[in-house]
Write a protein that binds this ligand. Structure first.
Ligand SMILES: *Cc1c(COP(=O)(O)O)cnc(C)c1O
Length: 397
């Protein structure tokens, strides 16, 4: 007879064979459908996390799964020494819907940002030579876990243990153009930012700040690098968040939501920068993997204008509901589209998140005091209301 595994069994097995690098919740997820997840003991959860903004189409999406399955049978991988249809179709679709000019595919967000950083430094090197390689990033940002993207991340807690970090990053305050000007210098080649800071606590940039930044970049020939690893691929209600800010970046990175659950990321460059990285200057073995790209193309096809409009409406519904609770714990509700932060006061945000999870609603945390919601973009109103009812029980005890 087959042994029936419980959550606790998996916790014990994990402890035996895994480096303990993650603070996991004591739940082993088995499968999902729509925006609902089920653990190995059959308990149901409403999912307001989509991985961490990854499962943009939720779980069990038939169209996506058949596109991925068909591609896996046809051709699972081919090296970048050859052409293949899936990455070309995906790049064409991304360019036509973003206003950008050319793509490079990587496998995740940190790696995509590495490519963006390399491109910016090479652009400046080609034009100005050595000594102009510093990138200004923002305090409270998050750009990844590689040694270089940790350095790019404007949070001191990430600048520990792994010395020496990559040189060439300077930090300025978000929504403060004077602070960016103070960080300026002859050594600067680019500014890199998230339009809604995600891991840092769901802090949207102000329109005026982003416009001022774009002007400053144009004046000084700095590249405007936008990290849309979390905000991209429909999360904020447009394919990319910059489309709501009226600016076109020089380079934009994306990852989390693009593969619909498969590892995929990359960068898009504008016309000016598309030729900066030439043959042999940047590469990755798995980049543009056919199966991941087939998944990505299905995600883009399903995120049509009507679905993106729904993302905005559903985001407003959630924000209005939480604001309307008059909870003693809610200090503010921030966000854009289905990227939502609930700033908590008078209680530990992690303890409240844990109560929600115990109650059957999966949520994330971010920053010092914020509960973060990143539901699947295809979540239904019924699933939203079920999740919000659980949240209400915790926020209004
Ligand atoms: C998650 C995230 C990253 C890192 O992506 P990985 O795929 O974990 O390497 C970088 N930038 C932002 C804004 C992110 O949210």
């Amino acid at each position: 007879m087959e042994e029936i595994m419980k959550n606790q069994d998996w916790i014990e097995k994990d402890a035996q064979c895994m480096m303990q690098t993650y603070g996991r919740f004591p739940i082993a997820i088995d499968h999902g459908q729509g925006a609902l997840l089920y653990d190995v003991e059959g308990r149901e959860y409403v999912d307001f996390t989509s991985g961490i903004g990854v499962n943009s189409l939720g779980y069990g999406n038939w169209q996506w799964a058949s596109a991925v399955g068909a591609q896996a049978l046809r051709l699972a991988h081919v090296s970048n020494l050859f052409y293949s249809q899936p990455y070309i179709d995906l790049a064409a679709e991304l360019c036509s819907r973003s206003g950008m000019s050319a793509a490079f595919f990587a496998n995740g967000g940190g790696e995509a940002n590495e490519g963006m950083i390399k491109l910016a430094r090479k652009y400046s090197f080609d034009k100005y030579g050595h000594g102009r390689s510093t990138i200004i990033t923002l305090n409270n940002s998050f750009h990844g876990r590689t040694v270089t993207t940790l350095a790019a991340t404007g949070q001191a807690v990430f600048h520990q243990y792994f010395f020496p970090f990559t040189e060439g990053f300077r930090y300025a305050d978000a929504n403060d153009i004077d602070s960016v000007s103070e960080a300026a210098g002859d050594d600067v080649c680019a500014v890199m930012l998230e339009l809604v800071q995600g891991e840092g606590g769901v802090y949207p940039m102000e329109q005026e700040f982003v416009h001022q930044l774009a002007v400053l970049c144009a004046e000084r020939d700095w590249l405007l690098l936008v990290d849309e690893v979390q905000t991209g691929v429909g999360r904020t209600g447009t394919l990319f968040a910059y489309q709501q800010y009226g600016v076109l970046p020089d380079v934009v990175s994306f990852a989390k939501g693009i593969g619909g659950g498969l590892p995929l990321g990359g960068i898009l460059s504008n016309e000016k920068c598309r030729g900066v990285l030439g043959p042999g200057m940047h590469a990755t073995t798995f980049g543009g993997n056919p199966v991941s790209c087939a998944g990505g193309l299905s995600v883009l096809h399903q995120l049509n204008d009507a679905v993106l409009e729904e993302v905005k409406i559903k985001g407003e519904l959630i924000r209005d509901f939480i604001q309307g609770l008059h909870s003693p714990y809610v200090a503010s509700v921030r966000g854009l589209g289905l990227m939502i932060g609930i700033q908590i006061r008078g209680a530990d945000h992690k303890a409240l998140a844990r109560q929600m999870i115990d109650g059957g609603l999966l949520v994330l945390t971010a920053g010092q005091d914020t509960i973060r919601l990143l539901p699947p973009l295809t979540i239904t109103k019924d699933e939203i209301m079920r999740g919000l009812a659980i949240m209400q029980n915790v926020l209004c005890p």
